[in-house]
Design a protein around this ligand. Structure first.
Ligand code: PEP
Ligand code: MN
Length: 261
């Protein structure tokens, strides 16, 4: 798989590349406040879910298209790059119309080849970075298959996100890390940037720091971490989000032993 290494200009100078922001965009004030706090701590790529795939009906399913204009405002005000999750070709069209800088495909979507193909087809001829989360189940071939579908559609700036694998037993982790799977992905596609998502692996704040350190020790390229200006009242994934201040603290404590620098 031939890949261009630069996901976004100016963010890859040193490990880790950090993407941070709330699980979900809830209000314009919440995303703007969070983004400003993150930008002032040096975070360059903002994340926020606009369309939220919830396990059961009745939960907060995202603000939809309206949230994309909030992300555009964030770009203007803070100079950050902005990213969101897409699950359908309609999402892709809306995100492109609103100049979103980076897209990611969620774990439920990457388990569905029809959905991934639909997204890939709607991105044909578009030059945008796309990160693909592992499928919810520990199926490396399905993960690679999703990457291949995007690559075959001409997407050159591709990356993977390790967010852990679904398990019935959630005693420690919300999603089991099974680190050997992303490690094998790196062996199979050596120049693919790989991010770790400690928020969805751990499911709780206390696990963010140790999971980030493990990811760095395993030479991951980046981290995508959920951060909310007021995590306790978040409408989704409240227990795993950290304030920008705590995020900064966690990142500053990381020991980076970089093999390539
Ligand atoms: C998310 O990033 O908020 C999300 C829904 O993650 P995942 O697809 O990994 O469950
Ligand atoms: Mn989330």
């Amino acid at each position: 798989m031939e890949l261009e290494s630069i996901l976004l200009p100016g963010v890859e100078a040193k490990r880790p590349i950090v993407i941070a922001g709330p699980c979900s965009a809830e209000t314009e004030e919440q995303v703007m406040e969070t983004a400003k706090q993150l930008a002032s701590r040096g975070i360059k790529i903002f994340r926020a879910g606009i369309w939220k795939p919830r396990t059961k009906p009745g939960g907060f399913e995202g603000v939809g298209v309206e949230g994309l204009s909030w992300l555009q405002e964030i770009k203007k005000e803070t100079g950050m790059y902005v990213s969101t999750e897409v699950a359908t070709s309609k999402h892709v069209d809306e995100a492109l119309k609103h100049n979103i800088d980076l897209l990611w495909i969620g774990a439920r979507t990457s388990a569905n080849p029809f959905a991934v193909q639909e997204i890939a087809d709607s991105l044909r001829g578009v030059d945008i970075p796309v990160l693909i989360k592992n499928p919810v189940n520990p199926d490396l071939e399905l993960w690679i298959g999703a990457l291949e579908r995007l690559h075959n559609a001409g997407i050159k700036r591709l990356g993977a996100i390790h967010r852990g694998f679904s398990t019935y037993d959630k005693k420690i982790y919300r999603n089991l890390p099974q680190w050997h799977i992303p490690i094998e992905l790196r062996r199979r596609i050596p120049n693919l940037p790989i991010f770790c998502d400690p928020s969805h692996i751990g499911g709780k704040r206390e696990l963010i720091a140790p999971l980030c350190q493990q990811a760095m020790d395993l030479n991951f390229d980046g981290l995508i971490i959920e951060s909310h200006c007021n995590p306790d009242v978040a409408l989704s994934d409240a227990s795993q989000q950290v304030t920008p201040d705590i995020l900064d603290y966690i990142l500053n404590l990381l020991v980076i032993r970089n093999e390539t620098q």
